[in-house]
Design a protein around this ligand. Structure first.
Ligand code: F6P
Length: 319
């Protein structure tokens, strides 16, 4: 193998740049040429390619977003679009591809693999909803951003003795809500993976107040439904002054945490080594601090499981 390509696709996630940097530098160290593909699969089809050297990934390890840009690409859902991509890759002499993104990006990579292009994927999404890896790039940063927001909201919640519902991202996953809820000491965490009881959430708030607690914080994963609507029910049930904050895209941006940078570096480097060794159609992840390599087919057919023990612990600690 003489040349590989690197692209980022789907929603941006902190740590993508660190992964690009590691992949590019590992490849150059191993004597491979590297093409950076801009705007994900859209750029792959449109031929938005640039030559990468060690300098082109300088000064990016600490930056959120992705220097390669990203996109969600309709054309790539069509077979004709994918064949066009294969032709473009061949014309550019790209023999292997590192795809950094979430499950949608992995589906595209699995198709390319079946069409004869060697692909290795790196899980990157704040949602942490990919099976076969304990963490995806960007999740730790997003959780830290949410915890920072909880700390600030708690000041107002305490001063005004209010109930706050905080809606967090995660699409169909409650991982951000669960981890941030634990780290932020929330009274209740509502996640789509488990039954939601607003009666119980209201009861927790009442119990807290009777013990002299001044504030209450409920984390709502967006997959559960609108926090604005849930807030109305909680206000009716408790009769307390209630506010709702939707954190939105501030969870997606910002400098990656050290954890995300180290994870990205390890996975970026490993992805290139795997391509050089002839691997294809796989995801490189991390489980119990060890690098894992799994077929994309398996990753895409499995559902990431929410840690119910952790969920119960959150309940125990906020009695
Ligand atoms: O997948 C990352 C994510 O931020 C989800 O948590 C959220 O549901 C979605 O992307 C938002 O997508 P967009 O930025 O396209 O609105």
């Amino acid at each position: 193998m003489k040349r590989i390509g690197v692209l980022t696709s789907g929603g941006d996630a902190p740590g993508m740049n660190a992964a690009v940097r590691a992949a590019v530098r590992q490849a150059i160290f191993d004597g491979l040429a590297v093409t950076g593909i801009r705007k994900g699969y859209a750029g792959l089809i449109a031929g938005e390619y640039m030559e990468m050297d060690t300098g082109s990934v300088a000064d990016i390890i600490h930056r959120g977003g992705t220097i390669l840009r990203t996109a969600r690409c309709e054309e790539f859902y069509e077979e004709a679009g994918r064949w066009q991509a294969v032709e473009c890759l061949k014309a550019a002499g790209i023999e292997g591809l590192v795809v950094i993104g979430g499950d949608g990006s992995f589906r595209g990579a699995a198709c390319l693999h079946q069409m004869g292009i060697k692909t290795v994927c790196i899980p990157a999404t704040i949602d942490n909803d990919i099976a076969g890896t304990d963490y995806t790039l960007g999740f730790d940063t997003a959780v830290n951003s949410v915890v920072e927001a909880i700390n600030k909201i708690r000041d107002t919640a305490t001063s005004h003795e209010r109930v706050f519902l905080i809606e967090v991202m995660g699409r169909y996953s409650g991982q951000i809500a669960l981890y941030a809820g634990i780290a932020g000491g929330a009274e209740s965490v509502l996640v789509p993976e488990l039954p939601v009881s607003l009666e119980e959430a209201g009861e927790r708030i009442r119990r807290g107040r009777s013990r002299g607690k001044l504030h209450s914080i409920i984390l709502v994963a967006e997959g559960v439904g609108s926090a604005l609507e849930i807030g109305k029910v909680i206000k009716e049930r408790t009769g307390l002054d209630t506010r709702v904050t939707i954190l939105g895209h501030i969870q997606r941006g910002g400098a990656p945490t050290a954890f995300d940078r180290v994870l990205a570096t390890r996975l970026g480097s490993e992805a290139v080594k795997l391509l050089s060794a002839g691997a294809s159609g796989v995801m490189v992840g991390m489980a119990a601090s060890q690098i894992t390599v799994l077929p994309l087919e398996e990753v895409l057919s499995r559902q990431k499981v929410l840690n119910e023990e952790l969920y119960r612990l959150a309940g125990v600690l906020s009695i």
